[in-house]
Design a protein around this ligand. Structure first.
Ligand code: NAP
Length: 281
């Protein structure tokens, strides 16, 4: 069977190339698209992710503001920081890096983000809009998965998509986006029984579990498309890549699959938000 390796770097480059002119036009009009990232605590992986996002902005001529708060930060202090960014007209997108330390009410903090600046689709309102099919900014990893399918012209309508994971930033919104595109969607989670049997029915498999090499090769129906959103220590995905390659018709590698596209979608959403702010003024 012919295999297609779904190259996320290629997809990300095409997204970023499509943004260059838009960023230049905004700058000519006196607006530099700006993403503010908030990191609470000193988790090294989160720090790496935030730095990658900031660098990607700057590479494209956008601005990035990095706010690093101590691990002792309270919910109230974080809310104050978010409020200031909400009120700052030079900031177009706000990204609160997940996870935050346990003393913080993460949902309250996410929901404090102004919907116009919710470029990672983390607010309850933004999620609701995504689920209803008119969200401007779905979460970036689900948006990246949809972008990869679109770029490689992989049909979604009428296909059975099985999503493994139901987190608010990944499993649930990607299930909603696939449903909006007329897939028949099954969302699995830690209490799902007969997981292997359900995955075996899938035309499209989305792995969003957070467990290295979790999806097994013999769960994959011949010809299925496999998208691995997982990113575990040591650059290992949630899919046992070599084993799942055998039956799949198309598959994302880790690294170089969903990850780079996620960052490019964050940039796109921030540029979209900057353009919207121009229209509003
Ligand atoms: P999460 O919040 O921990 O959610 C994991 C989900 O997997 C939960 O819904 C959980 O079910 C389910 N699950 C756990 N064990 C399972 C099992 N044995 N069988 C079936 N389902 C099981 O993780 P997340 O934030 O969604 O992230 C998932 C993965 O994506 C991680 O590897 C993360 O690093 C990666 N990620 C990548 C990007 C990127 O840009 N590529 C962005 C975000 C996240 P319950 O709901 O029942 O607990």
């Amino acid at each position: 069977m012919e295999k297609q390796i779904l190259d996320g770097r290629l997809v990300a480059d095409s997204v970023k190339n499509s943004l260059k002119e838009r960023v230049e036009n905004l700058i000519k009009k006196g607006i530099t698209p700006c993403l503010a990232t908030i990191l609470v605590g000193d988790d090294p992986s989160s720090e790496t992710y935030v730095n990658m996002k900031g660098k990607a902005c700057e590479k494209l001529g956008m601005k990035s503001i990095k706010i690093h708060l101590s691990k002792e930060t309270s919910t109230e202090e974080l809310l104050e920081t978010i409020q200031k960014l909400n009120e700052d007209d030079t900031v177009h997108g706000i990204l609160l890096q997940h996870p935050v330390p346990s003393q913080i009410d993460e949902r309250k903090a996410f929901d404090a983000i102004d919907i116009r600046k919710d470029v990672d689709g983390v607010t309850s309102f933004g999620y609701g809009q995504t689920a209803l099919g008119f969200g401007k900014f779905p979460s970036c990893t689900p948006a990246a998965i949809m972008k990869i399918l679109d770029y490689y012209e992989i049909p979604i309508e009428g296909k059975h998509a099985v999503v493994i994971g139901r987190s608010p930033i990944l499993g649930k919104p990607v299930s909603a986006l696939l449903l909006n595109e007329n897939a028949t969607v099954t969302t699995c989670h830690s209490r799902t029984t007969n997981l292997a049997e359900i995955v075996k029915l899938a035309d499209i498999v989305v792995a969003a579990v957070g467990k290295p090499n979790f999806i097994q090769g013999d769960w994959i129906k011949p010809g299925a498309v496999v998208l691995d959103a997982g990113y575990n220590k040591g650059n290992i995905g949630d899919v046992d890549y070599e084993a799942c390659l055998v039956n799949s018709s198309a598959i994302t590698p880790v690294p170089g699959g969903v990850g780079p596209v996620t960052i490019s979608m964050l940039l796109k959403h921030t540029v979209d938000a900057a353009e919207e702010s121009l229209k509003a003024n």
